[in-house]
Design a protein around this ligand. Structure first.
Ligand SMILES: NC(=O)C1=CN([C@@H]2O[C@H](COP(=O)(O)OP(=O)(O)OC[C@H]3O[C@@H](n4cnc5c(N)ncnc54)[C@H](O)[C@@H]3O)[C@@H](O)[C@H]2O)C=CC1
Ligand SMILES: N[C@@H](CC=O)C(=O)O
Length: 816
């Protein structure tokens, strides 16, 4: 039975909350993606996973077939060489067919192959005078027929289309596409309810002669097809997983550019970028078609998306180089000649006074021939180029200055801004060295990476964190590349890949947030377009903390105020640590204990210094500290509890404080940080919430909180009788057999170190090998909006500083 190609969109929209209805997508597979049987089967899987029946598949020739065909054209005069090469070509194609197709299907294709090879053989007698392009066309024709047959055999019906029946070039008008005719043809040739496999690279003129679209012309075929079909997405499946900020084979700190503005991508292509070719983007400018560059060797990786984006994507800078250029100088260029040069040879640069042009060496022969035919006197010089490319970069003074600084000790033949403003060009009369390209890349991009920030939880602490964010972003260089891209509460989320204006974040959230579920959030996070993504969890939710495993698996960094993951079961906690270490995700938890107090940092520092923690004790709850410091009998306990809630010290449900759970969690987090392995239940805990108040909702509990008053009045009386005071104390100590851990209410002498705290203060007493007789004490406010939100900001700055020095070497898969 035939399988159906699934109806899944690739990268349909980066904002999962605003799904776009997609009609037709075009997928183009390059030669390296179709190089052998294994590659072709991988392509079949990609099609199954990413395409729908209505989509259009464009193919290049398999592997190096086009090179083989070019070699045959060259060796027509050398019989022996020609015969060997032709045999090799036939054998290679036949091997692919036999490997991939069952006997019946294979027989048909082999028969056609034999006829085609015979045609090439016959034409060689005339040195291919009339049939050069017909011969070159076989690469794509064989490739399309083979893929269609493999798909028909394994997935669904597929139809190979010879693009020469579709794309008609106007020979009287510089071989421009006859759009109307081509549109009619594509509609006629495209079969419904099957996959259409279209040959790249080839077209024909109105007389039916085969024409080619130039080397790498298949990308161009794909975007022309997308234009004719009104498609919404074109994916160029190739051997690299995107466009990089420099050639990753030369600059190993090059970053993948997740999103590229159309005009910038076009400029990169114009300057000779190895992934984007000069003409590829031309057909896309009139329609709003998104172009994706993705790797068929790592289809799960997100590639580069090319389209219209906001300021963050527009600020991307890249460096491209080209050592294969030729400069042609002449004082005899006239308007007509320059016009011809522009349409035929895609000059990279033309002097303002029209006395020189720079073109790619691939056009040199043709161009020089043309100029000679026009009787123009000229001189030529080999030159190289390093270009800094970015949206209106020629008008960005600081980038220009950095570029010039990087070139300080180099002889520059010419330094100009391109006429469209999207590149700064430095030409040299020598090859650009690897060192120089690296230097320019590092100085111009500052090796900085974009960091996306998502905040989950917009309550008491989350709102304060958000309020402080604009000033922090303005003030701190470490946060220069941080962009707020997501906000979420338990019910709604606002995700904007182009960035959420921080000064209006809450208003925008109220206006534009939509209902979401965790699945949607994870899907978006799996394809976010940032170099690093930081999620700040300011929720109290255990369910949300269960997503950390997935976050870490995706390399996302987490800053937690939420204590649930840090105090989860040993198994779950260790699994998180393992995954986090494996993927390089960072997990910062400073505010989970003591709010902004640096207790976690202190324990880490002690351990790093070779110390050992023997005992941790103290008052770990701001709420309980405040309540028991203020509870002198003049106000009922329940009244004080209400006040603590209003001041933002308590947990969203104050029973988490009164039950001891919050302190128990904090003690567990510290003990684990100190290197001990224990479970929450290993910590003895005194619950101060009576049974009658346990099963109620938070509101019901608060309404009946006066039921607490008698118990606490009695406790206070008991303490006073002993000349002491009430304090809720956490104690952990190492013993010979392991450890002892408990949290509970104690009556302490009035002069005890834990008795004389400012209400709401926490105190942490760390007894260690180095701090034995005189324990290390950290004391100060341990709860509240400002200190907690401030502590989260401190974690964010520390994390960004760490990410700034993280060097991420590019992993190149399948590049040839
Ligand atoms: N109050 C304090 O001084 C300190 C609080 N914390 C921790 O900060 C966290 C937040 O506390 P508050 O702001 O007081 O809480 P809150 O109740 O005022 O706000 C919680 C926010 O989290 C959101 N939320 C809840 N479940 C969610 C889910 N599953 N997915 C996404 N969002 C969800 C809610 O919609 C709300 O916006 C808690 O984990 C608390 O333990 C940590 C240190 C100190
Ligand atoms: N409710 C907690 C808040 C900080 O973790 C406390 O009172 O300490």
């Amino acid at each position: 039975m035939q399988q159906q190609v699934q109806n899944i969109e690739f990268n349909a929209s980066l904002n999962p909350l605003k799904q776009v209805e997609v009609t037709t997508n075009v997928h183009k597979f390059g030669g390296s993606s179709l190089a052998n049987a294994a590659c072709i089967l991988r392509v079949v899987e990609i099609i199954k996973d990413n395409a729908k029946l209505n989509d259009f598949i464009v193919v290049s020739a398999n592997g190096k077939t086009t090179d083989q065909l070019f070699e045959l054209l060259e060796s027509a005069d050398n019989d022996q060489l020609f015969a060997t090469q032709l045999k090799q070509l036939k054998d290679d194609q036949a091997a692919l067919i036999n490997e991939l197709l069952d006997n019946n299907q294979a027989a048909q294709l082999l028969q056609q192959l034999t006829a085609d090879i015979e045609f090439i053989n016959t034409e060689s007698a005339n040195s291919f005078k009339q049939s050069r392009n017909d011969v070159l066309a076989f690469g794509e024709l064989w490739s399309a027929k083979l893929l269609a047959a493999v798909l028909s055999q394994n997935v669904c019906k597929a139809n190979a289309i010879d693009a020469r029946k579709v794309l008609i070039l106007d020979s009287g008008n510089n071989f421009q596409l006859n759009e109307q005719l081509s549109k009619t043809n594509i509609t006629a040739e495209k079969l419904a309810n099957q996959l259409n496999i279209f040959t790249g690279f080839i077209a024909s003129d109105e007389q039916g002669n085969t024409q080619t679209l130039g080397r790498n012309g298949s990308d161009y075929s794909a975007t022309i097809a997308a234009h004719l079909l009104n498609a919404q997405n074109v994916t160029l499946w190739t051997d690299v997983n995107g466009v990089y900020s420099a050639d990753p084979r030369i600059v190993n700190t090059a970053r993948k550019l997740f999103r590229l503005e159309n005009s910038v991508a076009k400029e990169l292509g114009r300057l000779g970028n190895p992934v984007l070719h000069a003409n590829t983007l031309n057909p896309l400018t009139t329609h709003n078609i998104h172009l994706n560059v993705a790797s068929s060797f790592a289809p799960q990786d997100s590639g580069t998306e090319i389209g219209a984006f906001g300021e963050i994507a527009k600020s991307e800078i890249s460096v491209t180089h080209n050592n294969e250029l030729i400069k042609i100088d002449s004082t005899e260029f006239d308007v007509k000649t320059l016009e011809q040069i522009n349409t035929r040879f895609q000059p990279i640069y033309q002097c303002q006074n029209n006395t020189c042009i720079v073109i790619s060496q691939q056009f040199a022969d043709l161009a020089l021939h043309y100029l000679q035919a026009q009787n123009i006197t000229f001189s030529t010089l080999k030159v190289s180029l390093i270009a800094v490319v970015g949206y209106q970069v020629a008008n960005r003074g600081e980038i220009k200055a950095r570029f010039k600084r990087a070139l300080k000790h180099t002889d520059i033949a010419q330094f100009v801004g391109s006429s469209n403003g999207h590149s700064l060009l430095a030409f040299f009369e020598h090859e650009s060295s690897v060192e120089l390209i690296n230097k320019v890349h590092s100085q111009v991009t500052k090796d900085s990476r974009n960091i996306g920030l998502v905040i989950a939880g917009l309550g008491n602490i989350g709102k304060r964190f958000l309020e402080m964010l604009p000033q922090q972003l303005n003030r701190l260089p470490a946060l220069e590349n941080v962009h707020l891209v997501g906000l979420a509460t338990s019910k709604k989320a606002l995700i904007n890949t182009d960035g959420i204006e921080v000064n209006q974040a809450l208003e925008l959230f109220q206006q534009d947030s939509l209902a979401y579920d965790n699945q949607l959030l994870l899907e978006w996070l799996s394809q976010h377009p940032y170099d690093e993504l930081v999620l700040v969890d300011i929720t109290p939710s255990e369910q949300f903390s269960n997503l950390y495993q997935a976050f870490f698996e995706q390399g996302i960094h987490v800053i937690s105020a939420n204590k649930c993951a840090g105090s989860s079961s040993t198994k779950a906690y260790n699994q998180l640590l393992n995954t986090q270490q494996l993927t390089g995700s960072q997990w910062l938890v400073n505010t989970t204990v003591g709010a902004g107090l640096p207790v976690n940092y202190a324990i880490n520092d002690l351990l790093n210094s070779g110390d050992e923690i023997n005992e941790v004790a103290g008052i770990f709850s701001g709420t309980l500290s405040w309540l028991f410091s203020n509870f002198d009998g003049s106000l009922a306990f329940s009244q004080l509890l209400q006040n603590a809630l209003e001041q933002g010290f308590t947990e969203p449900d104050p029973r988490d404080d009164l039950s001891g759970l919050d302190v128990q969690r904090k003690l567990l987090i510290l003990a684990r940080l100190a290197g001990f392995e224990l479970e929450l239940t290993d910590i003895e805990c005194q619950n101060l919430v009576p049974n009658s108040l346990i099963g109620l909702s938070t509101d019901e509990f608060l309404a009946q909180a006066n039921l607490l008053d008698e118990y606490f009045a009695d406790k206070l009386h008991e303490a006073k009788q002993q000349n002491g005071c009430l304090r809720y104390v956490a104690r952990f100590s190492k013993t010979d057999s392991g450890y002892k851990a408990k949290v509970g209410l104690e009556i302490l002498a009035n002069d005890h170190a834990f008795a004389n705290l400012t209400p709401c203060d926490n105190i942490f007493l760390l007894t260690t090998n180095w701090y034995q007789d005189n324990p290390l004490i950290i004391q100060g406010p341990g709860a509240g909006r400002d200190v907690t939100a401030g502590g989260l900001h401190s974690d964010l700055v520390n994390l960004c500083r760490e990410l700034a020095v993280k060097t991420k070497e590019v992993e190149i898969k399948g590049i040839n």
